[in-house]
Design a binder for this molecule. Structure first.
Ligand code: PMP
Length: 427
């Protein structure tokens, strides 16, 4: 494939943008090669500036569950743009979207719109701290919750160690308030809550972890966290930025029948425009300014273009059979990829929950970041590049989920499986 225009743009971009990209994983660093510069996208297909077409399983990292440029979403955004793109004042659109979200997530008794997933989780953490009057939080290794300081912390060496910052610029004094545990390890969480009794404001997690591939909660894990939070007065924060409106209309919480005290959303609720939301129990949410003392704000929060895209998207997701069809396609792709992987000289393990999936270059099962980290990332990089050459766009990292959309056709799925067969055999 000729990618000379992408290459020229990347060279130019590196002069004015650090690493040539506005978000690090886009740079292809962990898979080798150079990023595609995108010209346009339609349905399941992405077109780069050189005119190459790719079947897209990134979907802008999750939001494009309807496929790209869905005509009804485009129409809604255009209609809104004509009426004014930002007012910094309340609108009927944001009330309507908040109402729709609350219907799907009844534990979000009240919610606030923000402009990214990072803002949603950062605000939820501050609110949980303000509400409980406690400073410490607990997160899981391999779960990503955006790049706010408190959340950019990886695991310490032992269960009881305090977090160390993953990035320079995060003060160690702040990072020490973030404890980390291994995903799916309830005993470790119990030990940490025992050791820090009365100090923990919140436990935050991805109810299905898509930022280390695709890791499902083991039976009892979510229930155990719920019980622990109830008995210790800890705020349970379900970060459904990725899983919300994807694993079911009501997200992972509907799918696993478990409820957080606070919930973070993003990606799909904005239909591809910059949106996030956080919400939960009224008693907690009422601590927010102007009703309460915990400050949180945003010039573009509730932006009318984003609200319109979100409303149009959620209405389409309510169509009967939407999630069943997504499941059928995802199961078909899973079966095809599994069969294709039999040609691979290396052990692989495909994990899928609904319309999220990941092929690990590791025999599996992968239940934690320690498991995921054993994957052969070089093999993944080679697989990724072969898939790209065969016209399939996967996320450029072993530690990211693939996303199915409603726009993927049977032909797309068969072409993907065929490409995978060739790529696995060539490894
Ligand atoms: N939480 C989760 C679970 C995410 O997957 C992400 C982004 N991938 C975020 C939070 C941060 O969202 P954003 O990139 O919109 O800031």
């Amino acid at each position: 494939m000729n990618r000379s225009k992408s290459a020229a743009l990347f060279a130019e971009a590196k002069q004015v943008i650090p690493g040539g990209v506005n978000s690090p994983v886009r740079a292809f660093q962990s898979v080798g090669g150079e990023p595609l510069f995108i010209d346009r996208a339609n349905g399941s297909t992405l077109y780069d500036v050189d005119g190459n077409a790719y079947i897209d399983y990134v979907g802008s990292w999750g939001p494009m569950i309807l496929g790209h440029s869905h005509p009804k979403v485009v129409e809604a955004v255009c209609r809104a743009a004509v009426l004014g793109s930002s007012f910094g004042a309340p609108t009927a659109l944001e009330v309507a979207l908040a109402g729709m979200v609350r219907q799907a997530y009844p534990n979000m008794e009240q919610l606030r719109m923000v402009s990214s997933g990072t803002e949603a989780t950062m605000s939820a953490i501050r609110l949980a701290r303000g509400y409980t009057g406690r400073d410490k939080i607990l997160k899981f290794e391999g779960c990503y919750h955006g790049h706010a300081d408190s959340l950019l912390v990886k695991a310490g060496s032992g269960a009881a160690t305090f977090g160390v910052p993953t990035s320079p610029g995060v003060p160690a004094d702040l990072a020490r308030h973030t404890l980390t545990a291994s995903y799916n390890d309830l005993e470790q969480v119990q030990a940490l809550t025992d050791a820090h009794r009365g100090d923990l404001a919140a436990i935050i997690l991805e109810p299905v972890a898509g930022n280390m591939g695709c890791v499902a909660p083991l039976p009892g894990f979510l229930e155990g966290l719920r019980e622990l939070c109830d008995s210790e007065g800890i705020v349970l924060i379900m970060d459904e930025v990725m899983t919300g409106f994807r694993l079911a209309y009501g997200g992972a919480q509907e799918r696993f029948n478990i409820r957080g005290d606070l919930v973070c959303l993003g990606k799909i609720i904005g239909g591809g425009l910059p949106v996030g939301a956080f919400g939960g129990k009224k008693e907690i949410m009422q601590q927010l300014a102007p009703e309460g003392p915990v400050y949180q704000a945003g010039t573009l929060s509730g932006n009318p273009l984003a609200m319109s895209a979100g409303l149009a998207t959620l209405k389409l997701l309510q169509e009967p059979g939407f999630y069943q069809q997504l499941e059928v396609k995802s199961a078909y792709l899973e079966a095809g990829l599994r069969e294709a992987a039999e040609q691979c000289s290396q052990p692989t393990c495909l994990q899928r929950v609904g319309a999220m999936f990941c092929t690990y270059f590791h025999p599996g099962p992968v239940n934690s970041f320690a498991d995921a980290a054993q994957s052969d990332t070089d093999a993944f990089g080679r697989f990724f590049r072969l898939m790209l050459e065969n016209g399939v766009n996967l996320a450029p990292s072993q530690f990211e989920a693939g996303f199915m959309s409603a726009a993927h056709s049977q032909e797309d799925l068969d072409r993907t499986i065929d490409a995978a067969r060739k790529a696995f055999a060539a490894l």
